[in-house]
Design a protein around this ligand. Sequence first.
Ligand SMILES: C[S@@+](CC[C@H](N)C(=O)[O-])C[C@H]1O[C@@H](n2cnc3c(N)ncnc32)[C@H](O)[C@@H]1O
Length: 301
Amino acid sequence: MSFFNQNRKDTVAAGDVIIVYIDFTTMLAVHVDLSAGKTAIHTKYGAIPFQSIIGHRYGTKFRCKNGYVQLLQPTPELWTKTMPFRTQILYLPDISMILMQLDLKPGSVVGESGTGSGSLSHAIARTVAPHGHLFTFDYHELRVLQFQKEINSHGLASVVTAQHSDVYKDGYGTLDGVLDAILLDLPCPWFAVPHAKKALKKSGGRLGSFSPCIEQVQRTCKELKAHGFKDIVTLECLMRPLEVKTLTMNCWIPTQAEANTDERRDNKLKTPFSQVSFPTAIVPWEVPGHSGFLTFASFYS
Ligand SMILES: C[S@@+](CC[C@H](N)C(=O)[O-])C[C@H]1O[C@@H](n2cnc3c(N)ncnc32)[C@H](O)[C@@H]1O
């Protein structure tokens, strides 16, 4: 099992974290820990004893008494959908935008605060692996301890360091001039801006900030400007699903002869209008689902 593409395994082994895909709306993340007292996964299709899945091929069906499930390797995306929440978390549309806007790639060195439940952290870790690093900070000690356990059991220890620290007060510790990019998901990100500037590489870097309210965005942008950040933009990721509908309209379908004459213009139509139905995509006027605003900025040396 691995969250990193390069370390994928073929079959389930004891100690793996696996994703049990039950149906389109139900997935479970399960730690196959044979020593922890729990011996089976319980699903609506029946119980799955841990012993019976050891050696089962990832990505294939596993037959239960009343149906089947799929056993999948975890990915950051599947983890975000199945993880135990300890805080509000970032979801895939915002995460994708953050990875792109911060220009993260293998080898990047990144700072994150706060860690929260580690949803974004998993995606950053996979992006910067194997030679980059994520330093993630949270002032809630229990969350840090819990995330440190996950880092180890998810095989992320070589790429992620989780630290207990208040970034408003203490900034990014010893990381001055080290980071390529920083992401702030904090109630008052403007307090972290001066520290973030110090922690970015002297040659420059990217900063991102996620805030649910526009008043937070205004204060953050003001602080970014005051500290010399440039290219400040704020955006919002909204899913705009297209609704496919069959519409019926009155159409004039001319005969070949009519099509070649001016009869329609002259209102001398012989062929009447007929009702035509066709599938089309309707764009919604309003898009619910505000998660937050994403502000990005660059710091140049
Ligand atoms: C919304 S959560 C972050 C969620 C995270 N992005 C995720 O995807 O799971 C915000 C976190 O910021 C932490 N936090 C708040 N103020 C902080 C501070 N001054 N220093 C460090 N962490 C802080 C909170 O403890 C909380 O865990």
